[in-house]
Design a protein around this ligand. Structure first.
Ligand SMILES: Cc1cc2nc3c(=O)[nH]c(=O)nc-3n(C[C@H](O)[C@H](O)[C@H](O)COP(=O)(O)O)c2cc1C
Ligand code: SF4
Length: 677
């Protein structure tokens, strides 16, 4: 038996054949125009995923009505004028995809999970309770929906479904999960109505049933219609699986639905991580909800989601009978070819999603178009998906085996260049390996692991334990030199005692190169500093985090911590976890370091914004610490390159060696330079 037999088996949903049981659920790409029209970038992105051959690919949620829009670059299904644009998408998708790969549209109204900045209107919701997400984005008190407006919305959903059918979509999915409008009606957490649309479970579900009935009436009996529901709202006062089993039964009983896709959570600090899970959540953590809902219904196919990243674990879910289809959404952002590779047995070649959020949620939440850290071609399909063979084969030397160097080498070799990569240590991976050491960051190492297995396959000659310097590069005489030697933390040499042995860098701490005492002070406030603090606390160290002068520019100094992790899920869970374990010392800076202690002094002038933590004490204080870990600014490591521009005519710098930034930028550099050479 093939180890992924069930996963690659075709399926049928209301007459629609699916090539396999792999689903990419809706994930907004923020690639539409401000009017909500599909763009060329979005077409290329989805056509590429269609080519990859999943059973179903649902396009990121669309808004059925302007008042339910939830992102500036979200797709509109609210007006007929959007149809021609959507038709271009479905045409391109079908042209690119194998038979049995279907494209669906998700129909949504945000309810209270939006604001007037996006829609131009006061949000509308079942009850006038503002959304809880503490970002300012969803805090507005919504208008309570009148019965007449509810009836209107029911029709609006159905009209949107008709537009999707007209535009050539193979299916539509009604979004009744994640705390958006229909989910708000279902959950007692957000619906306090006492009329026919609130109160009992049956009444809460009434609008959903009406939407399904109206939609079915409009699209006809043979057009696949699915629904996405929560299996658990994951908030106090919300519904749990006990109620959602009944919700699923009642939905099935309508006879209008062809599948139920089960998810969880909503825009709430306690539950957003269930909606789009960060690395700290276990793999396949929602499987039990799929199993519960599947056992509650009679025959409706069930989809389950939740950090299902590889075909073997997806197969396990099907074998255990927990679902009929497996949702692998970010996995398909990372590698659109995952389904084809699964079906042809190339499992080792699948590029893994590392659940970092940097390219997907972090960007789309900020209104930026989606890309992917491990797959920088995502969102850049037009120019990056097909690699152009190099016009002239060159001898390329890449110095440095972190992600940026490896990605450059991989892409350049695929284009036909003769590529050699030198790495000074005995392992490939660079800072990506160090980034995988703190708790819940293990999957970061999947990226260097994947890249390092690909390099020999594409013909890159990897030489470990080889340091690049001008003499060795001169001897090698490459046509092209790629500098990928990363960056080093800058040591604040103005602080007396900076050169004592107990003062170490974050790299030295994480790599185990230097010993760490029991009481540790970390100077820095980036995600790396905060994650290292958590790592040390879990090793029973007493950790103090002094964030440095930068806190002055944040309204609340807490906001400065992990400032470079803007994902609403990842940052929240990190901060929640770390703050229980360490002591954060705001508005202090390290004045001097001596054997066994540091002197902390209050920072100079208080910034006018910093109203939360007024500085009362102006005196220095001493703190007993054994080790001081520095992680302030980073400086590119480039000294070894001196004089090389006289020897090599084509030189590129990539990753932190070009400019210290996030891993996503390093990979994008690698992708860009690999295509430039
Ligand atoms: C960038 C991004 C956008 C998303 N947008 C939507 C959406 O439009 N509709 C929806 O139902 N879920 C949305 N989700 C949730 C995904 O459909 C999916 O449930 C989630 O990514 C978890 O699945 P995974 O672990 O396989 O990635 C989004 C997720 C991401 C990462
Ligand atoms: S950006 Fe990170 S989390 Fe998002 S799909 Fe890519 S690897 Fe996965």
């Amino acid at each position: 038996m093939n180890e992924v037999n069930l996963l690659i088996a075709p399926g049928r949903i209301n007459g629609m054949t699916t090539r396999n049981r792999i689903v990419m659920s809706s994930a907004c790409t923020a690639m539409c125009s401000l009017e909500g029209y599909v763009t060329e970038q979005m077409i290329d992105y989805y056509a590429e995923r269609g080519r990859g051959g999943a059973g179903i690919i649902n396009v990121g949620y669309s808004y059925v009505d302007i008042r339910g829009k939830t992102g500036k670059h979200q797709m509109s299904t609210s007006e007929d004028s959007a149809i021609p644009y959507m038709r271009e998408l479905t045409k391109a998708f079908h042209a690119a995809s194998p038979v049995g790969t279907n494209i669906g549209a998700q129909l949504n109204h945000a309810g209270r999970q939006t604001n007037r900045e996006i829609t131009g209107f006061v949000p509308e919701a079942p009850s006038p309770i503002p959304g809880p997400f503490p970002t300012g984005r969803h805090m507005e008190v919504p208008e309570e929906l009148s019965i007449a407006r509810i009836h209107e919305l029911v029709k609006i959903f159905a009209q949107a479904a008709w537009r999707c059918k007209e535009a050539g979509f193979d299916l539509v999915e009604i979004h009744a999960a994640h705390g958006y409008l229909l989910s708000q009606f279902i959950s007692p957490y957000s619906n306090l109505r006492t009329d026919e649309y609130g109160g009992t479970l049956e009444k809460r579900l009434r609008i959903v049933q009406e939407v399904l009935e109206e939609t079915r009436g409009v699209v006809g009996p043979d057009f696949p219609v699915g629904i996405r529901i929560n299996g658990d709202d994951m908030v106090d006062g919300g519904y749990t699986i006990d109620e959602y089993r009944i919700v699923a039964q009642l939905i099935e009983k309508t006879g209008y639905v062809d599948y139920i896709s089960v998810s969880a959570g909503q825009h709430h600090p306690d539950s957003a991580a269930a909606m789009v899970a960060p690395m700290s959540m276990p793999l396949g953590f929602l499987e039990y909800l799929g199993a519960e809902v599947r056992s509650a219904v009679e025959k409706t196919p069930i989809f389950i989601v939740g950090r299902i990243k590889n075909p073997i674990s997806a197969e396990g879910i099907l074998q255990r009978g927990s679902a009929d289809y497996v949702v692998m959404t970010r996995a398909l952002m990372a590698d659109p070819e995952l389904p084809n590779k699964t079906m042809t047995g190339q499992l080792d070649d699948i590029r893994p999603c590392i659940t970092c959020m940097q390219g997907c949620t972090d960007r789309t939440w900020a209104g930026l178009d989606l890309t992917c850290l491990v797959n920088p071609a995502a969102g850049r399909e037009k120019t990056w998906s097909r690699l152009e063979p190099a016009p002239k084969k060159k001898r390329v030397l890449v110095v440095g085996g972190g992600p940026a160097g490896m990605e450059t080498a991989r892409v350049a070799a695929l284009r036909g260049h003769d590529v050699t990569l030198w790495e000074q240590s005995e392992t490939l991976g660079g800072t990506a390996l160090l980034a995988s050491i703190p708790p819940h960051r293990e999957e970061f190492s999947d990226l260097p692991r994947w890249l390092s297995t690909q390099l020999p396959k594409v013909g890159v000659k990897v030489i470990l334990g080889k340091k690049g310097d001008s003499a060795s590069v001169r001897l090698f005489a490459p046509d092209v030199l790629v500098a990928a030697t990363g960056a080093k933390p800058e040591i604040p040499e103005h602080v007396p005692g900076w050169n004592l042995p107990q003062v170490i860098t974050i790299h030295e701490a994480l790599s185990g190169q230097k010993e760490i005492g029991d009481r540790v002070l970390i100077l820095g406030h980036s995600t790396a500093a905060v994650e290292t603090a958590e790592w040390l606390a879990e090793r029973n160290k007493q950790v103090f985090l002094v964030s440095g002068a930068e806190t002055q520019t944040w309204e609340d100094p807490m906001d400065a911590l992990a400032y470079d992790k803007n994902s609403f899920t990842g940052r929240h869970s990190l901060m929640e976890s770390v703050m229980q374990k360490i002591e954060f010392i705001p508005f202090k800076t390290v004045k001097a370091i001596e054997e066994g202690f540091v002197t902390l002094s209050p920072m100079g002038e208080r910034h006018p914004c910093t109203t939360h933590y007024p500085i009362n004490d102006v005196t220095d204080e001493q703190l007993v610490v054994d080790t001081v870990i520095i992680h302030l600014r980073q400086r590119p490591v480039r000294a070894w390159m001196e004089g090389l521009d006289n020897i090599v005519s084509e030189i590129y710098k990539v990753g932190d060696c070009r400019e210290p930034r996030l891993a996503i930028d390093a990979m994008a550099d690698g992708g860009r330079v690999g295509r430039l050479i």
